[in-house]
Design a protein around this ligand. Structure first.
Ligand code: UDP
Length: 491
């Protein structure tokens, strides 16, 4: 029985949270596992399936023959009816607190199709988004080991674990600029109070963080989109001090680095995006700042105006991804900016989906102005591109600390306010933005040292996923363990 069990490929169910920043790395991770002979299923809803369809098709084309069948399939289940308009199924489409509440009801209701899948399909492990904290118990009821995946850095996860344990915000003075020390971490990590989530102001969010942390702790382990060489002290802290089990399998984006449509929905790339790649070909190496803030961040018109001013003042070339319909140009474009764009020499705006991995890996790109979403951060790391950091909320302030203070591959614009996309924050001046861009992309020793460190880190990242690299080996170790576990279960 055990031998028969060992011959059958591993079957892993991936269950990503309903937001592009969770779906995209999950699809990339499934592609990595599929390339090692694992049968993968990704369970999600129709609108979210569209985000990962092209990545999955491509991974299947690459592995067809090796398995004699599709390596990855998407199990599409209806989005629960909670009164949201048709097609509104994920984070970026939510524009009010009421919609967000309904969305989280839907997230709870996904337990039924998740349970059904596990009841009807032989599954060796579940990689569940940490946001689905309830999936820990559901997987345990079916006897299936659960691996938590939140899609952030080990550093951010360690910081978050520390706040859940010690609630250092509550002990700090009320002053938004008060320093908050996060105790018990390998480095001295000090935040400003205004950069941290306030448990008292967001009790539901705080409760969710606690449930997520507890669910991941009682799971079989956790997988991280990271690699050993990037944050070794935090791997040690996580595993030895906190006693948690972690496999580092990233940067997973390297699985689909050459795919223009990665993450784009069924409509594909916008004409702006196609034009951008041709435009980059005409620019000197390292001369372009790429500016993008992921899929969820929104900038107010005054913030957009200052950012535009900053890009102009920086004197650098730029590609700027401007999202959504909330950006009526007349409300924010500073004088002369439309003309600057129209000349097409210094800058381009992309409206719609940008082929971010292709852009970051283009030789013309010399810096990335980013909100420090973990995917974007790691994509910049793996492309060897230094960052100008502009965090907004969630784990982004922690990721900024890692990039600027620990890895020293970026410079911050001085973002101080933890605020979600529906809230306002202090506006950062264009001159400050221009200065930060200059400190990363300009001449001078500091900029050169930052760029060199980013280049070296990029090489380490790429090596990690190659055969014999640390992430490649972690995938192998995890597969071996799951195989052995299945063998034992079958005896
Ligand atoms: N992304 C992209 N094109 C875009 C916007 C985003 O390819 O126009 C991808 C980006 O490469 C990353 C993901 O979407 O993989 C965004 O994840 P991240 O964690 O950076 O930010 P979030 O959107 O979750 O805040």
């Amino acid at each position: 029985m055990a031998i028969e069990g060992e011959q059958r490929p591993l079957r892993i169910l991936f269950f990503p949270f309903l937001a592009p920043g969770h779906l995209i790395p999950t699809a990339d991770m499934a592609a990595l596992f599929a390339a090692r002979g694992v049968r993968c299923t990704i369970l999600t809803t129709p609108g979210n399936a569209a985000v990962i369809r092209s990545a999955v098709d491509r991974a299947n084309d690459a592995s067809r023959g090796a398995l004699g069948a599709l390596a990855i399939d998407i199990a599409v289940v209806p989005f629960p009816d909670v009164g949201l308009p048709p097609g509104v199924e994920s984070g970026p489409a939510l524009n009010s607190d009421a919609d967000r509440d309904k969305f989280f009801q839907a997230v709870q209701l996904l337990r039924e199709p998740f349970d059904r899948f596990l009841a009807e399909n032989r599954t060796d492990a579940v990689v569940s988004d940490s946001f689905f904290d309830w999936s820990a118990d559901a997987a345990a009821e079916h006897g299936v080991p659960r691996l938590g995946f939140l899609g952030t850095s080990l550093f951010a996860r360690a910081c978050s674990d520390c706040t859940v344990r010690h609630n250092p915000v509550e002990a700090a003075p009320e002053d938004p600029d008060a320093p908050v020390l996060l105790p018990g971490l390998p480095h001295r990590v000090e935040m400003r109070r205004s950069q941290m989530m306030e448990p008292k102001k967001r009790p539901e969010h705080w409760a969710l963080l606690q449930r997520m942390n507890a669910a991941d702790q009682r799971s079989y382990g956790e997988v991280f989109n990271s690699f050993h060489e990037l944050e070794p002290d935090y791997l040690e802290h996580y595993t030895t001090t906190l006693g948690r089990r972690a496999w580092l399998v990233g940067p997973v984006a390297l699985a689909s680095k050459d795919v223009a449509t990665r993450g784009a929905d069924d409509d594909g790339l916008s004409p702006d995006a196609e034009a951008c790649l041709r435009w980059l070909d005409t620019k000197p190496a390292g001369s372009v700042a790429y500016v993008s803030f992921g899929t969820l961040s929104r900038f107010s018109p005054p913030e957009l105006r200052e950012l535009a001013r900053g890009l102009d003042l920086s004197g650098k070339n730029f590609v700027w991804v401007v999202r959504g319909a909330d950006t009526e140009e007349s409300e924010w474009m500073p004088d002369g900016f439309a003309e600057l764009l129209a000349r097409g020499e210094r800058g381009l705006i992309i409206r719609g989906w940008a082929p971010q991995m292709l852009i970051l890996n283009h030789a013309a790109v010399g810096g990335f102005v980013t909100h420090c979403g973990w995917n974007s951060t790691l994509e910049a790391v793996s492309a060897g591109v230094p960052m100008v950091t502009w965090p907004r909320y969630a784990d982004q302030f922690y990721n900024e600390k890692l990039v600027v203070e620990l890895l020293e591959v970026g410079v911050g614009v001085g973002s101080t306010d933890y605020a979600s996309k529906l809230e306002t924050r202090r506006v950062i001046g264009g001159d400050v933005v221009a200065e930060a861009i200059g400190r990363v992309m300009g001449a001078g020793e500091e900029a050169e040292a930052i760029r060199e460190r980013a280049r070296v880190l990029g090489e380490k990242a790429r090596r990690a996923v190659e055969k014999g690299g640390s992430s490649y080996d972690d995938v192998g170790r995890l597969m071996d363990e799951l195989m052995a576990r299945r063998g034992l279960a079958n005896v």
